[in-house]
Design a protein around this ligand. Structure first.
Ligand code: NAG
Ligand code: NAG
Ligand code: NAG
Ligand code: NAG
Ligand code: NAG
Ligand code: NAG
Ligand code: NAG
Ligand code: NAG
Ligand code: NAG
Ligand code: NAG
Ligand code: NAG
Ligand code: NAG
Length: 612
């Protein structure tokens, strides 16, 4: 993810970096891909995409509202682009069971991957990374279920999009964008208030299926000349946001959005400072462990150990064409249960959320949305925090290096738990929230630092128990595992020319479970990607290279399942198998039908890159 500052750094650091030592740093070596010659025929733009489960939609016809059409040319350092949003009063039905945000963009020419955010009334709806274009042009579509922001969408709001792009003679790609919101009426007409209240009763331990009554933005205030996210520059930088909640809230969940850039874009491969100092290197350090720590009035209420999203220009940009890396078009957000702490903030006074990032280097973009459920039957709820435990990080670090060769083991653990009750018209409900984290990273530097191997795994368990006045206990847990393997091999071929071998394995594994009787089903997701590739880079331009990617996506939600097994190499899809049923029978004869996936006419031959 290149920002103009990173570009300047790239050029400045290029020479000293190589004369000092060969130890490379992916994000400082980020090359640009050479333009491809335009083919004779006027081929339609190529579809780039992220493999993910399609959104389950009702069988109703949506009301579609185009909320923004904009061309992002030279937008870096300028205010976000704004548009007025009004609820779709013209729709025949006003009760929606699904609301989907559709981002559709095209781009042609040469451009870096750019981070962007979409906010509605200051509440972040989408954090994403642009696809890197080709000379023939590309198109990509992100569809996100935004039903959880229902209450926000019921009022007039300002939509804001920040996408800092630079245009000059070399970087010609302008991002042409349409954002639409699709409102799907419920299949059965239900009294909305009834449905809503029932939803709250049924889903006290909920997440996505029932929506909050109010969502407060925990983001930067306007006016500003870039994103509404907070920018965290270093490990001691804490960004604070004051907020005040209605005094009749009975449940609160903080949804945190996070992305990492420049010196921390590939934080999981940053070497320990001891190694960097001993070898007089100028590469980004602070070791490979990072976490976002969230505090409320100075006390740690939870943490986020983020998934290792690789942006579309990351590791080897050829790997992500056309199948992009997991999460890169729709970065995951993370929920922290705040309900046990409600007793401390129901006083009608202003309070502060704080964000800092352990070991951070410049720069992390962090903000959040506070989802609040309000008691319609009363003007005041009350509550108390009974227990709160936030143990300091447990870190174990083993460094073993001689010169530029070495092995570093980093293990970290954290646990945060809280218990509190809230009394509302639903009764006196006690909520326990537990977060348990474990992290392990093995980093090997070989061949005088020219070969780097990273093996990392993050375990991230969230559990919420809810004790109802009847003493029945409901629980909801999400257990995530994020494995990452990264192999990079630097080989100097000639003056100003090097070959970089890059293999990567990336996984997003999540098991969710809900206690019996709740309307949620248990689910499991195993989304695994493997990429192998190389590139020959001369004077910062890729002169040849290859990227091959395999991905197996396996979701089992009990009643609904989705399986996809897909692979690409050198811009061409090798195979693509999709299965929608939960049966365990062989998927080998179920082809997805390319015409469904490539409705843009370019399905037969992906225009491959031609390098000079
Ligand atoms: C955006 O919508 C307009 C009007 O419907 C259409 O002409 C244009 O091609 C769309 N652009 C993209 C990127 O989809
Ligand atoms: C950390 O970042 C903050 C905010 O930019 C800055 O004020 C502070 O000086 C920085 N601290 C260090 C040690 O660089
Ligand atoms: C460390 O590198 C700097 C340039 O990056 C150089 O000026 C200095 O002499 C080096 N020091 C040692 C001990 O090699
Ligand atoms: C981050 O914030 C928490 C909560 O305020 C605090 O305990 C911790 O010391 C902060 N970390 C750093 C490195 O300042
Ligand atoms: C709610 O329940 C908790 C735990 O059982 C108890 O400590 C608290 O006093 C109760 N609050 C009220 C207002 O009854
Ligand atoms: C997360 O939960 C799983 C399943 O219960 C357990 O095996 C694992 O040790 C837990 N991890 C952490 C970090 O608590
Ligand atoms: C590092 O490893 C390379 C070969 O892998 C070797 O040539 C070099 O001498 C080693 N350096 C040190 C300081 O051991
Ligand atoms: C490498 O090439 C640059 C120009 O690209 C030149 O200035 C430099 O002298 C060359 N270095 C060597 C060792 O040939
Ligand atoms: C998640 O981990 C917790 C312990 O941390 C365990 O109690 C729970 O059963 C696990 N859930 C799943 C779905 O594995
Ligand atoms: C989820 O699985 C657990 C056992 O792993 C089971 O006790 C529970 O009833 C299941 N929940 C649902 C909603 O089916
Ligand atoms: C995916 O498809 C490839 C090619 O047909 C096959 O070799 C591989 O075993 C499949 N993987 C899974 C998990 O089905
Ligand atoms: C990639 O495909 C192009 C044609 O689309 C071909 O010219 C090139 O040789 C291929 N590259 C490799 C490494 O196979």
């Amino acid at each position: 993810m290149a920002s103009p500052l990173a570009l300047v750094l790239l050029f400045l650091l290029h020479h000293p970096l190589f004369s000092t030592a060969n130890v490379h740093k992916l994000n400082l070596l980020r090359p640009e891909l050479l333009s491809q010659p335009t083919p004779q025929n006027d081929a339609a733009p190529t579809l780039f995409f992220e493999v993910t489960k399609p959104i389950e939609l009702p069988k109703t016809k949506p009301c579609t509202q185009l909320v923004l059409q904009h061309d992002f040319g030279y937008t870096y350092g300028k205010a976000p682009v704004f548009a007025n949003y009004s609820p779709p009063s013209y729709c025949p039905s006003q009760s929606f069971s699904k609301i989907v945000l559709e981002w559709k963009a095209t781009c042609k020419g040469r451009q870096f991957d750019r981070i962007f955010g979409v906010w509605l009334g200051g509440v972040e709806l989408l954090r994403s990374c642009t696809a890197e274009p080709t000379q023939n042009g590309i198109v990509w579509i992100v569809e996100k279920d935004i039903t959880r922001y229902y209450s926000l969408l019921q009022n007039d709001q300002t939509l804001a999009v920040y996408l800092g792009n630079l245009i000059d003679k070399t970087y010609t790609g302008i991002y042409h964008l349409n954002i639409s919101i699709l409102f799907y009426p419920a299949e059965k007409i239900l009294n909305h208030n009834y449905e809503h209240k029932l939803g709250n009763l049924e889903n006290l331990n909920s997440g996505y299926h029932s929506w909050a009554d109010l969502i407060l933005p925990i983001s930067r205030n306007l006016p500003l000349n870039d994103g509404l996210w907070f920018e965290i520059q270093n490990s001691t930088d804490t960004q604070l946001k004051e907020f005040e909640i209605p005094q009749n809230a009975y449940r609160a969940v903080l949804e945190v959005y996070v992305s990492f850039h420049e010196n921390d874009e590939s934080w999981y491969s940053n070497a320990p400072n001891e190694y960097i100092v001993a070898n007089n290197l100028s590469t980004p350090g602070n070791g490979p462990f990072r976490e976002v720590v969230v505090s409320l009035d100075g006390e740690v209420v939870g943490a986020v150990w983020p998934f290792t999203v690789i942006f579309t220009g990351g590791v080897n940009p050829l790997l992500w064409r056309p199948i992009t890396a997991i999460g890169s078009y729709d970065l995951p957000s993370y929920d922290i249960e705040i309900t046990p702490f409600l007793g401390k903030i129901l006083d009608g006074k202003s309070h502060k959320f704080g964000f800092n990032v352990t070991n951070a280097l410049n720069v992390w973009f962090v903000d959040a949305n506070l989802h609040l459920w309000l008691d319609k039957q009363s003007t005041k709820t009350e509550g108390e925090l009974l227990k709160h435990r936030s143990l300091p990080l447990v870190v174990s670090l083993v460094l073993d290096f001689k010169g530029l060769n070495g092995t570093f083991l980093t293990r970290v653990g954290r646990s945060v738990s809280s218990t509190g009750w809230v009394k509302s018209s639903y009764g006196n409900i006690t909520t326990d929230a537990i977060q348990d984290f474990h992290y392990s990273n093995t980093m090997v530097m070989k061949n005088g630092g020219d070969t780097q191997i990273v093996n990392q795994i993050i375990h991230f368990n969230d559990t919420v128990h809810i004790t109802l006045p009847s003493s029945s206990i409901h629980s909801l847990s999400s257990n995530k595992t994020f494995p990452l393997y990264l192999y990079t091999d630097y080989l100097e071929q000639a003056n100003e020319t090097y070959k970089l071998g890059t293999n990567v394995e990336l996984g997003f594994i999540e098991k969710k479970s809900a206690s019996a009787g709740s309307q949620f089903s248990n689910s499991s997701l195993r989304n695994l990607q493997n990429g192998e590739g190389y590139m020959v880079v001369k004077n910062n331009l890729v002169v040849s290279g290859l990227g091959s990617t395999q991905q197996v996506y396996r979701y089992d939600g009990g009643k609904s399942c989705y399986f996809r097994n897909i692979s690409s190499s050198n811009y061409t899809i090798l195979y693509d198998k999709v299965r929608l049923t939960c049966t365990k029978k062989s998927e080998s004869n179920l082809d997805s039908g390319l015409s469904r996936l490539w409705p843009f006419g370019a399905q037969r031959n992906f225009p491959g890159p031609r390098f000079t």
